[in-house]
Each structure stands twice: as structure tokens, then as C-alpha cells.
Design a protein around this ligand. Structure first.
Ligand code: 0O2
Length: 209
């Protein structure tokens, strides 16, 4: 049982802040080079205490073994950007992070319709009281996958186990629509990438005038 939650969550909060800075700086580097970035934006959160306790009970596990207390979400414009981000993280394996497991819910979408690529990592944070190795989950998904997951998550929160079957089916259908949007965007990806590079070059020229 956790006696002091503030103290327990401190390294997770630190890990989320550090990882957000690291992935945000990758986007900045691409933009500074006037190049297309496979990362559109990065967010992060520490799981709510009530959700941590609920998950530990549901899975009948120790709280420390929960993999997504620290969660990072990397959002890409296009499906093809995801393997680049995954490769980038794999290249960091054994350096500032350790990959524990990869879960490809894009090739194998969940029954709900959920799509995303998950990488579970272990990460060392250096606190005032010493080193602490924690687990974190990195979710990589497109804007369309994120749009769907955000709305589905809030509907799920409202209904819990009691979501009507008809609503589940409509959500599965809308996941298909989001998938088709991703496919369409992939078809015009070169136009998107070109347009963004031109936009960035123009903005940097304007900034210099
Ligand atoms: P949050 O962000 O804490 O509110 P489980 O918790 O049993 O579903 P498991 O097997 O431990 O999941 O890990 P998994 O499936 O790799 O990752 C869990 C997280 O992935 C969830 O955290 C969501 O962020 C996301 N996720 C997984 N399945 C779905 C889904 O069907 N719909 C949506 N919207 N998100 C999903 P939490 O705890 O739900 O969320």
C-alpha cells in the first residue's frame, strides 16, 4: 500500500516532464532545419490516483508494476510517420531508456476499434534522493487515431461497463472512418510534406526581413 502518494508519484512526474522535453525538441530540430517533422506534438500525463488503484485491483498486481502511471503520447500527422518515431525510440534503447515491450495496436486494432502503437519503457530519473527506475508507456498515433481515442475515452468514462451495444458499434464504425481518413491523407502525403516545407521556408524568410 502506498503511504505517501505525493512522494511515490514524484519520479513519474519528473519522467513525464523529461520525456516531453526530449520529444518536443526533436520536432524543433526538424523545424529548425526546415524539414518535415514526423512528430506533430507530444503530450504527457501522470495517471490519476483513483485510476492507478482501480487498475491494480482489476489486474490484481502491485502498483509499481503498472506500466502506464507515466504516459507520453506522440501524435503524428500521417500513419507513415509512426515507424519513423518507433525507429527513433528503438535507437535510444540502452541509452537514455530501455524498451520493455512493444504493442502494435495498429496492425492488430483492439476490439473497440482503438488504434495506436505502444512502447513500454523503463526510464531512470535522478531525484534529490537518488536514482529511481520507473516504467512508462509511450503511445504513438496519428491525429485521426487520437481524435477517435479521445472521444471514445470520454464516452467510455461516462458509461463504463454499461456502454450500449449500439453505441459500441457506432464507435467501431467511426474508427473505420478515421482509418479511411488516414489512408486518404497518406495518398496525398507528398503534397502535405512539400506544402509544409515551403510554409516553413517562407516563414523563416519573413522572420528575417
Ligand atoms: P488513462 O489515460 O489512464 O485515463 P487496460 O488498462 O487493461 O485497457 P493494458 O493492457 O494495461 O490496458 O495496456 P494498454 O492497452 O497497452 O494501454 C492502456 C492505455 O491505452 C489506456 O489507458 C488508454 O490510454 C489506451 N487504450 C487502450 N485501449 C483503449 C481503447 O479501447 N480506447 C481508448 N480510447 N484508449 C485505449 P487508460 O488507463 O484507459 O487511460
Amino acid at each position: 500500500m502506498i503511504k505517501n502518494w505525493d512522494e511515490f508519484l514524484l519520479p513519474y512526474e519528473q519522467a513525464v516532464e523529461e520525456l516531453k522535453v526530449k520529444f518536443k525538441s526533436i520536432r524543433k530540430e526538424y523545424r529548425d532545419m526546415n524539414e518535415y517533422s514526423p512528430i506533430e506534438f507530444t503530450t504527457g500525463r501522470v495517471k490519476k490516483i483513483s485510476s492507478i488503484i482501480e487498475k491494480a485491483h482489476r489486474k490484481n498486481v502491485e502498483i509499481e508494476s503498472i506500466e502506464d502511471i507515466a504516459g507520453i503520447r506522440i501524435i503524428c500527422q500521417l500513419v507513415d510517420d509512426i515507424p519513423h518515431v518507433v525507429e527513433h525510440i528503438r535507437n535510444r534503447d540502452g541509452k537514455d531508456l530501455k524498451i520493455i515491450e512493444e504493442r502494435d495496436y495498429i496492425t492488430n486494432k483492439k476490439e473497440s476499434g482503438y488504434k495506436s502503437y505502444h512502447i513500454i519503457i523503463s526510464y531512470v530519473v535522478h531525484t534529490a534522493f537518488g536514482e529511481k527506475e520507473i516504467l512508462a508507456e509511450i503511445q504513438i498515433r496519428t491525429l485521426a487515431m487520437n481524435f477517435w481515442a479521445t472521444i471514445e475515452h470520454s464516452i467510455n468514462y461516462k458509461f463504463g461497463e454499461n456502454m450500449p451495444e449500439e453505441l459500441k458499434e457506432r464507435l467501431r464504425e467511426s474508427a473505420e472512418v478515421a482509418g479511411r481518413l488516414d489512408e486518404e491523407m497518406s495518398k496525398i502525403k507528398f503534397e502535405i510534406m512539400d506544402a509544409q516545407e515551403v510554409f516553413m521556408i517562407r516563414s523563416s524568410l519573413v522572420a528575417r526581413i
